[in-house]
Design a protein around this ligand. Structure first.
Ligand code: NAD
Length: 439
């Protein structure tokens, strides 16, 4: 099948590569000339395990190509995937300007039937807006062409995006046209072999399903962070509590890790957008507001702990910071807790020696030559002449450090761990003070 994908970011590029991998012809279109130039030269602008190889293989096989030419893109595919960003607007609602711009582009150039598939995360009612935008432009062109708009939200996780796309838990297809549903099912058949994963439903329910999933996951995290803060006050260990409740199959172990808050391009913006949608429809979503507030507060917890440890302030102190990405296996720093922390430390007069296995380039892009921030090429470099260590992202390589070395190198002999990576008793054996979350 022939597929066009608008937007070559985390979702668009993975979608394009995976659809090409199973034999389709895919053209990825992006307005970012630099990104498309890089892709054409075989440079993958984001870090996602396995993506580099998959893109190169499919380009070499002639199934995957890139363009900035809108007309070429619209002409190319029967399926026109929209995978552009939907960042938060000033009022928290999802900004649809990129989605609607693509809809208009499709309408301006289409000459035959198209299936417009929305993969971006968009508020309920967006498919209607996309439909209307296309209709308006077609009317201006004096054309009466047929098209369908489908909601097909994406559930991939950065860091395991290829696996998630190739072996999805579910494939949601929201459409009011049974014939289009069949075409989409055929497109997804290669990813739907071992068991039935396709769930078809009406468009509005499909749009809401994506927000419901993200809001539920964010709620689990904020719930655990709330209890972690309480555990600290009660003299309990949240890690014991986590084991205790996770063993209940109704609760389960996934997504109940306490920490220094969730980040990324999805949870923060999607919780906000859903809350905003609720308000627009005259409903006060109390739980969603609380989830967001707890998370905002949680991102400051490490700094609070550091400030308690250093009652005279951190001016002149130097901290090793392990982890910048919002989670392991990605270079994405959007809304990352590391940013709140490092900015607070630097504002308070400290120096931060930062290292992340994949996000160094992204950190450079965001912070440039920011005073007080030292970019370290290696994890070990962060420990040169430092007072304390802070861990913000739970990369595997941080799991088992040489505590003897840490005991020797950290001048103030203290670790602040925002991800509960270590056993407190073990760390203390090395003469180190250890602050974690909820223990
Ligand atoms: P991204 O910012 O990485 O990529 C978006 C891309 O769209 C950019 O390259 C941008 O240049 C391009 N773009 C903007 N306007 C365009 C236009 N008119 N035509 C063509 N390209 C255009 O975003 P992302 O993380 O891939 O997210 C895309 C959507 O998918 C969002 O709605 C997001 O909420 C949703 N989503 C993201 C994830 C994730 O883990 N990142 C997971 C599921 C869903």
């Amino acid at each position: 099948m022939k597929i066009t994908v608008f937007g070559s970011g985390y979702v668009g590029l993975v979608t394009g590569a995976c659809l090409a991998e199973v034999g389709n012809q895919v053209l990825c279109m992006d307005v970012d000339q630099c990104k498309i130039d890089q892709l054409k030269q075989g440079i993958i602008p984001i870090y996602e395990p396995g993506l580099d190889e998959m893109v190169k293989d499919n380009v070499a096989a002639g199934r995957l190509s890139f363009t900035t030419d809108v007309k070429e893109a619209v002409d190319f595919g029967l399926f026109q995937f929209i995978a552009v960003g939907t960042p938060p607007d000033e009022d928290g609602s999802a900004d649809l300007k990129y989605v609607l711009a693509v809809a208009k582009s499709i309408a301006e150039h289409m000459t035959d039937y198209k299936i417009v598939v929305d993969k971006s995360t968009v508020p309920v009612g967006t498919a209607d807006k996309v439909k209307q935008a296309i209709k308006d432009v077609l009317a201006e062109r004096g054309q009466d062409l047929e098209f369908d708009v489908v909601s097909n939200p994406e559930f991939l996780k950065e860091g395991s995006a290829l696996d998630d796309f190739m072996k999805p838990d579910r494939i949601i297809i929201g459409t009011d046209n049974p014939r289009t549903a069949e075409l989409l099912k055929a497109l997804y058949a290669p990813f739907n072999r071992s068991r039935e994963r396709v769930i078809t439903m009406d468009i509005r329910s499909a749009e809401l399903t994506k927000y419901a999933a993200n809001a539920m996951l964010a709620t689990k995290i904020s719930f655990m962070n709330e209890l972690a803060n309480l555990a600290e006050r009660l003299g309990a260990d949240i890690e014991n509590v986590r084991h205790g409740i996770g063993s209940d199959s109704r609760i389960g172990y996934s997504f109940i890790y306490p920490g220094c808050g969730y980040g990324g391009s999805c949870f923060p913006k999607d919780v906000k957008a859903l809350e905003r949608t609720a308000r627009d429809y005259g409903y006060q979503a109390e739980l969603l507001s609380a989830v967001e507030n707890v998370n905002d507060r949680q991102k400051h917890r490490l700094f609070e702990k550091i400030s308690t440890h250093y009652p005279n302030g951190v001016k002149g102190k130097t901290f090793a910071l392990w982890g910048l990405a919002f989670k392991p296996n990605t270079d994405d720093m959007r809304e990352a807790p590391s940013r709140v922390l490092l900015e607070a430390l630097i504002d308070a007069g400290a120096t931060v020696r930062a290292y992340d296995p994949e996000a160094m380039e992204e950190a450079h892009r965001i912070y440039g030559d920011k005073a007080g921030l030292v970019y370290c090429a290696k994890q070990a470099d962060t420990l040169n002449d430092v007072d304390a260590l802070i861990i913000v992202t739970e990369w595997k390589q941080f799991r088992s450090p040489d505590f003897d070395d840490l005991g020797r190198l950290l001048k103030d002999k203290v670790i602040f761990d925002g991800r509960n990576m270590y056993e407190p008793r073990l760390v203390k054996q090395f003469g180190l003070q250890y602050y974690a979350i909820g223990r």
